[in-house]
Design a protein around this ligand. Structure first.
Ligand code: ADP
Ligand code: ZN
Ligand code: ZN
Length: 814
C-alpha cells in the first residue's frame, strides 16, 4: 500500500482525513503517529487507513514517524471514526482522546547523516556547510535549534536545506520531551561497617542516647538501604536523631528514584471474594456465562444492566466479574463518576487486585498520567479505574467494561468537542473489542432501562440491600406538603416535621443532612403560598426568570411574559419567590437549631476553603451535627451516624426547563435517600415540596423505580422526547447579544430551507431561544434544538459555521 489516510491535528481539518504518500523505505501501520506537511507547517497526524489509491490527485509525502509502533489499536481507530460521525466532531478531536497524555507537544527537528552514508568530497562546500557536516558526523544527531544558535536562524535553515538537497544530511522530527520530574525519596544506610555501627551503638547506649543507638542497631541489621519514612516508623525515631547520626558521619541519606504509583498500598489489606447472596449469585452467573461464551467464541458479548438499590452489593459483583475476566486472560476498565473516584472506591478495587489496578485521574500530574498510560499499554494492570475519559485507556485484551452509576450526567462531555457520552462510547467499544459490559445503577437512565425492556440489553436486578438494618431495609420517606405549612402559619424554611426530627436527631448525638437540589444561577419563580410555577404553554417547561428585564422567558421557544402581580392559581401576592440558597438555609438553621454545629458544603465553600475530602472528613469525624449542601453530598458517601436527611425544596430540580427534570429529581431524591440509614441506627428522609402529587416525588418517596419509569415513559412519549425521538442542540455564543440572536435566526432559516429542499418531513427546528445559562464567561448564548428520528444525519450534510457548538444527544437542554 502506497497511501495513507491521515487525521491531521489542525482545526481546519474538521471531519476529514487527508491522503499522503508513504515514502519508500518507511514502514507505516494503521494507528501510527506521523509527521505530515500541512500548508507550510509540519503537523502531527494519526494514520487511520492504508490504501492503494489516494483520495485526491496530488498527495504530499509523510515526513516521518513519531513513534515506531502504532499508538492506536484498530478498535480505537474504528471508535474514533464512530465518535466523529456520531457526535459530528472533528476526527482529530476524537483521536486525541486516545493519545498518551501530553502527546500534543511541539516538534523538535534533528539533522543527521543519511542511513546509507558514503564519503563525500567536501572540498566544494562552503565553510559553514562543512562546519554543519562535521558537527553532524561528530554528534550523530544535532537539533536544528543548536545549529540556529551557532549560525543564526536564517543561515542555519538555508545551510540545512542545501545539505538536505545534496543528500548529505536528513531531517527527522521528534516530540519535545515531556518534562516529567522523576520522583525520589530519601533512603538511609550506614556510612560505616555494621560491626563498627554496633560498637558505636553500645557506646551511645552507655551514654543514654538510646534512640540513636536503636537506629544504628536497626540499620546494622538491614541488608539494604531503608526509606527514611520506614526507618522512622520501625526504629521509632524522629528527624533530629537521623540528622545527629548524619552529622557524626555514621549514617548517610541518599535520594533514590521511585516509580510513581498513584495508589499507596501501605494501608491496604488484601480482601477476598464474599459469599454472594442469592440475588447476587444469579446476576453474577449470567455475567460469568456471557464471559465464558465470548471466550469460547460461542456468542457475542452482552450488555448487562445491573439495577440494584444502594447497598445491594453491585460493587461485589463488579469485583467478582473482573476476577472472572482475569481468570479467562482478559482485563477490565471500570468507570465511576468523577466525584466517586475517592480513595475509598479505589481501595476497594486495589485490595482485591493488589498492584494490578491503575488509576486515571484528572488530578494526577501530567507525568503521572503519562507513566500510568504507558504501564497500562504494556499490560501491567488487570483493572483500570477512572472517570469518563478512562474509557479510552489503552487497556489490552479488554474483556469487561463496567460503568458504575451509569445514569450520571457527568459521563457526558458537554463543554468541549467531542461531546461524547462515555456510556455510548463504552457500548461501542465493547462491540468492537468483544467485551462484556455492565451498566450499574440504583436508578438507571430511563433510556437505558428502555433498551433493557426491549431486550437490547439484559436486565439483572438486586432488589434489596445486603445488610438491611433491623425492620427497615430502606429508610422511611415522608413527603411534606409545604402549602400546609404556610396555612398553619409556619413561615420558616423548615416544616414542623423536619424541625422536630432535626432537633431530636441532634439531641440524640446523631447527624443530619439538609439537602438543596439546586444548580445554576438562573431560576424560576414560584408562588410562596401554593407552589404554582408558570410554564410555557407550548413547551410545558418552567419559565425562567430574567432579573434584568424582570421577565419570564421560555428557554426552548423564546416565549416571554412579564411577571404577573398575583398568582394565577391562588391569587396570592407572594408570587415572586425565587427559591433559596445554601447560605440562607445555613442562616435559618442557626436560628432554628442553636445547639447544633453546622457545616456547609457547596461549590462556593469548596472553591475557597477546603477540598471535598476535608469537609467530608470533618463531618465523618462528627465535628459537626448538620451538613448543608447541594447535590455534591448526594453521592457515594457512607456516613453511619446520619439518621436523617431533609430535602429543603424538592421542586428546584423539578422545575428546570428540561424534559429530563423529572428524571433528574427522581435520581437525586433517590440518591439522597440512600444516604440515610447506612449505619445500624436506621434512617429517615423528609422531602419538602409544593407538588407532593408529582410522580417523580411519589416514586422517590416509595423508592419505586418501576412506578417512576412507567409514568416518565408515558410523559416522554406524549411530548416526543427521547428515547422516542432524538435531539441535537446547536449553541452559538458571542459577546454581543443582538448579534448572537441574529446569527441564530439566520441559522434557523438555513436549517429549515435545507430540510424543506430535501423534503425531510420528520425534523422540527425548535428556537432559537436564549440558552438557559444565557451568559457564560462574558459571552451570550443562543440555542436551536433539532428534533427528529435522525437529526444528526441531516446535520452532518451541512457545514457547521464558525462559532457554533453542536451537541448530539444532549444530556440536558439547560
Ligand atoms: P452497592 O455497590 O450496590 O452500593 P456494595 O457492593 O457497596 O453495594 O455493598 C454494600 C455493603 O454490603 C458493602 O459493605 C459490602 O461489603 C457488603 N456486601 C456486599 N455483598 C456482600 C455479601 N455477599 N456478603 C456480605 N456482605 C456483602
Ligand atoms: Zn399561588
Ligand atoms: Zn416554549
Amino acid at each position: 500500500m502506497r497511501y495513507a489516510e491521515v487525521s491531521v491535528n489542525s482545526p481546519i481539518a474538521h471531519r476529514r482525513t487527508f491522503s499522503y504518500t508513504i515514502p519508500n523505505g518507511l514502514d507505516i501501520d494503521v494507528g501510527q503517529a506521523v509527521w505530515v506537511p500541512f500548508g507550510d507547517k509540519l503537523l502531527q497526524g494519526i494514520v487511520l487507513e492504508l490504501s492503494h489509491y489516494p483520495a485526491v490527485a496530488e498527495t504530499r509525502e509523510i515526513a516521518g514517524v513519531i513513534e515506531p509502533h502504532p499508538i492506536l489499536s484498530s478498535a480505537h481507530v474504528s471508535l474514533a471514526h464512530w465518535i466523529s460521525e456520531h457526535y459530528l466532531s472533528p476526527i482529530f478531536d476524537a483521536v486525541a482522546l486516545m493519545l498518551p497524555p501530553g502527546f500534543e507537544r511541539k516538534v523538535v527537528t534533528f539533522i543527521s547523516s543519511p542511513p546509507t552514508h558514503h564519503e563525500q568530497d567536501i572540498s566544494s562546500l562552503i565553510q559553514e556547510q562543512r562546519q554543519v557536516l562535521e558537527l553532524v558526523h561528530r554528534q550523530d544527531k544535532v537539533s536544528l535549534k543548536q545549529l540556529e544558535k551557532a549560525l543564526g536562524k536564517k543561515k542555519a535553515q538555508t545551510i540545512v536545506s542545501q545539505l538536505v538537497g545534496q543528500g548529505s544530511v536528513v531531517r527527522s522530527y521528534e516530540l519535545e520531551p515531556i518534562k516529567v520530574k522523576p520522583k525520589s525519596v530519601p533512603y538511609l544506610s550506614l556510612a560505616v561497617k555494621a560491626s563498627e555501627a554496633q560498637k558505636e551503638a553500645a557506646r551511645l547506649r552507655a551514654k543514654r542516647a538510646t534512640k540513636q543507638a536503636f537506629l544504628l542497631d536497626f540499620l546494622a541489621q538491614q541488608p539494604e538501604p531503608v526509606s527514611l519514612v520506614e526507618a522512622r516508623q520501625r526504629a521509632k525515631c524522629d528527624k533530629a536523631i537521623v540528622d545527629t547520626l548524619v552529622s557524626k558521619g555514621l549514617v548517610t541519606v541518599r535520594q533514590i528514584g521511585v516509580k510513581r504509583d498513584p495508589i499507596s498500598y501501605q494501608n491496604i489489606t488484601i480482601s477476598y471474594p464474599l459469599r454472594l447472596t442469592a440475588a447476587q449469585e444469579s446476576a453474577f452467573k449470567s455475567i460469568q456465562s456471557s464471559l465464558l461464551q465470548v471466550a469460547n467464541g460461542y456468542a457475542s458479548p452482552s450488555v448487562f444492566v445491573l439495577h440494584g438499590v444502594t447497598g445491594s452489593g453491585k460493587t461485589e459483583i463488579y469485583l467478582q466479574a473482573l476476577a472472572e475476566a482475569v481468570r479467562l486472560g482478559k482485563r477490565g476498565i471500570v468507570l465511576v463518576p468523577e466525584i466517586a473516584l475517592t480513595p475509598q472506591t479505589i481501595e476497594r478495587f486495589a485490595s482485591r487486585f493488589p498492584h494490578k489496578v491503575a488509576v486515571l485521574h484528572s488530578k494526577l500530574s501530567l507525568g503521572e498520567q503519562f507513566d500510568e498510560w504507558q504501564r497500562i499499554r504494556d499490560g501491567e494492570f488487570d483493572v483500570v479505574i477512572g472517570s469518563r475519559s478512562a474509557v479510552f485507556a489503552p487497556q489490552p485484551d479488554l474483556g469487561l467494561i463496567i460503568l458504575d452509576e451509569e445514569h450520571e450526567w457527568t459521563y457526558k462531555q458537554h463543554d468541549k468537542s467531542p461531546r461524547y457520552h462515555a456510556r455510548n462510547v463504552a457500548i461501542k467499544l465493547a462491540e468492537l473489542t468483544g467485551a462484556v459490559i455492565i451498566l450499574g445503577s440504583a436508578t438507571p437512565d430511563v433510556e437505558t432501562f428502555y433498551h433493557a425492556q426491549r431486550g437490547d440489553y439484559r436486565l439483572l436486578q438486586l432488589p434489596e440491600r445486603v445488610t438491611p438494618s433491623e425492620g427497615s431495609p430502606l429508610p422511611k420517606v415522608e413527603v411534606v406538603d409545604l402549602r400546609n405549612e404556610l396555612k398553619a402559619g409556619n413561615t420558616s424554611l423548615f416544616s414542623r416535621s423536619l424541625s422536630q426530627a432535626t432537633a431530636k436527631a441532634v439531641a440524640d448525638g446523631e447527624q443530619v443532612i439538609l439537602f438543596l437540589n439546586r444548580r445554576g444561577a438562573a431560576n424560576f419563580i414560584q408562588c410562596r403560598s401554593c407552589g404554582f410555577v408558570l410554564r410555557c404553554k407550548r413547551c410545558e417547561v418552567a419559565l425562567t426568570y430574567h432579573y434584568v428585564e424582570d421577565a419570564l422567558v421560555c428557554h426552548q421557544c423564546n416565549y416571554r411574559i412579564s411577571v404577573p402581580p398575583i398568582c394565577p392559581q391562588c391569587l396570592s401576592r407572594r408570587i415572586k419567590f425565587l427559591g433559596i440558597g445554601t447560605q440562607k438555609v445555613e442562616q435559618e438553621a442557626s436560628y432554628a437549631f442553636p445547639q447544633a454545629r453546622l457545616l456547609r458544603w457547596d461549590s462556593d465553600v469548596t472553591k475557597q476553603k477546603y477540598s471535598h475530602e476535608k469537609i467530608l472528613g470533618k463531618f465523618r469525624a462528627h465535628e459537626a451535627d448538620i451538613l448543608i449542601g447541594t447535590q455534591m453530598i448526594a453521592k457515594g458517601l457512607d456516613l453511619p451516624l446520619v439518621t436523617l436527611v431533609g430535602v429543603v425544596n424538592a421542586d428546584t430540580s423539578l422545575n428546570l426547563p428540561d424534559f429530563r427534570a423529572g428524571e433528574r429529581t427522581f435520581q437525586l431524591l433517590n440518591q439522597v435517600a440512600g444516604r440515610a440509614g447506612r449505619g445500624s441506627f436506621g434512617g429517615r428522609v423528609i422531602i419538602q415540596t409544593y407538588s407532593p402529587e408529582h410522580y417523580a416525588i411519589q416514586a422517590a418517596a416509595q423508592q419505586d423505580y418501576a412506578l417512576f419509569y412507567d409514568q416518565e415513559m408515558a410523559y416522554r412519549r406524549q411530548l416526543h422526547s427521547p428515547p422516542f425521538t432524538r435531539l441535537v442542540s446547536l449553541t452559538y455564543s458571542h459577546t454581543n447579544d443582538a448579534l448572537c440572536q441574529k446569527e441564530a435566526e439566520r441559522m434557523k432559516r438555513l436549517l429549515i430551507d435545507e430540510r424543506d429542499s430535501k423534503g425531510i418531513a420528520d425534523i422540527s427546528v425548535i428556537g432559537p431561544a436564549p440558552a438557559f445559562i444565557h451568559r457564560l464567561r462574558g459571552r451570550f448564548r443562543w440555542q436551536i434544538v433539532l428534533r427528529g428520528s435522525k437529526p444528526s444525519a441531516f446535520l452532518s450534510q451541512i457545514p457547521t459555521p464558525q462559532g457554533w457548538a453542536i451537541d448530539v444527544d444532549p444530556v440536558s437542554l439547560t
